[in-house]
Write a protein that binds this ligand. Structure first.
Ligand code: MG
Ligand code: MG
Length: 289
């Protein structure tokens, strides 16, 4: 932000930290109820922003919609002020992968893809979710990119079950993306994370890898699962604004994210209105709702 490279680098540290057996926060059933309340605030904010996406709207206006929603629910944004970030949402357009800064001078046009990332803190508990949408009618290529990315997120969420290992999620995300004939890129280093009383906690969750490794998945673990997929090469570079991550080759990217809790009754997708019931059903997984 404002060319402050050190702050920007610090902001990336939680995203880049690999799981290392450091402290993983396990939540009680009661704490997960509080996280669910936070998750529904974030879900509502994203729904309100999505509904406002149209040609001519600015990303600054979308940011204000999210801010109003979060405030109206008695919550606060966990993005605003995060290492100096000036937005309530991240608004990343086309070749921008993540961390785009909302801008009152940036107008959406028909055919743009916009990734909206948003989070809230309610009674001290964080939630984090992202969605990519096309402004107007998507091209077949864009429709496929969004569908592949979203499905890979659900494939990962479907593995958020007690008894598994962390990289079961990573492997499921990767397998889902690799199942397509087009050689989509999977952005490396960036990935999901534990979440609870802070937005970014251990463990870091890569969107690729071999199953059966890493920390055991146990009830009370809450994770943000967030694949970032590119049409072309997955290499990225950070812009001079110190935040915006773009593809090096200029190809388009998509980003989907949900916060999920592992419960004895199955995955509980805290940032999905229905708890993940519809998204997990194709995987034969019953969500706690
Ligand atoms: Mg996010
Ligand atoms: Mg996240």
């Amino acid at each position: 932000m404002h060319g402050d490279r050190r702050e920007a680098l610090l902001a990336r540290v939680p995203l880049l930290a690999k799981w290392s057996g450091r402290m993983i926060q396990i939540k009680t059933a009661q704490e997960l109820e509080l996280m669910r309340a936070s998750g529904l605030v974030t879900a509502g904010a994203l729904a309100a922003v999505k509904a406002a996406v149209r040609p001519g709207v600015t990303t600054g206006e979308l940011d204000a919609i999210a801010a109003d929603h979060i405030r109206s629910r008695g919550a606060v944004s966990n993005f605003l002020g995060y290492h100096g970030f000036t937005g309530t949402i991240c608004a990343s357009i086309n070749d921008e992968v993540v961390h785009g800064i909302p801008d009152p001078g940036r107008t959406l046009a028909e055919g743009d893809n916009i990734s909206i990332d948003c989070g809230a803190v309610l009674q001290g508990w964080h939630s984090d979710s992202a969605v990519t949408v096309t402004v107007g009618e998507p091209s077949p290529e864009d429709a496929a990119l969004l569908e592949v990315t979203e499905r890979s997120m659900w494939a990962g969420l479907a593995r958020a079950v007690a008894g598994g290992r962390l990289t079961d999620i990573s492997a499921a995300v990767e397998e889902s993306i690799r199942a397509h004939a087009h050689p989509y890129g999977i952005v490396d280093n960036y990935g999901g994370h534990g979440i609870g009383t802070e937005m970014h906690q251990d463990p870091h969750i890569l969107n690729y890898g071999r199953a059966g490794r890493g920390p055991k998945l146990v009830p009370g673990l809450a994770l943000a699962i967030e694949p970032m997929v590119t049409v072309g090469d997955p290499s990225t570079v950070e812009l001079d604004d110190g935040w915006t991550v773009v593809t090096k080759d200029g190809s388009r990217a998509a980003h989907f994210e949900h916060t999920v809790a592992i419960t004895p009754e199955g995955p509980w997708v805290l940032t999905a209105e229905d708890g993940g019931v519809a998204g997990l059903a194709p995987f034969g997984v019953t969500a706690r709702s």
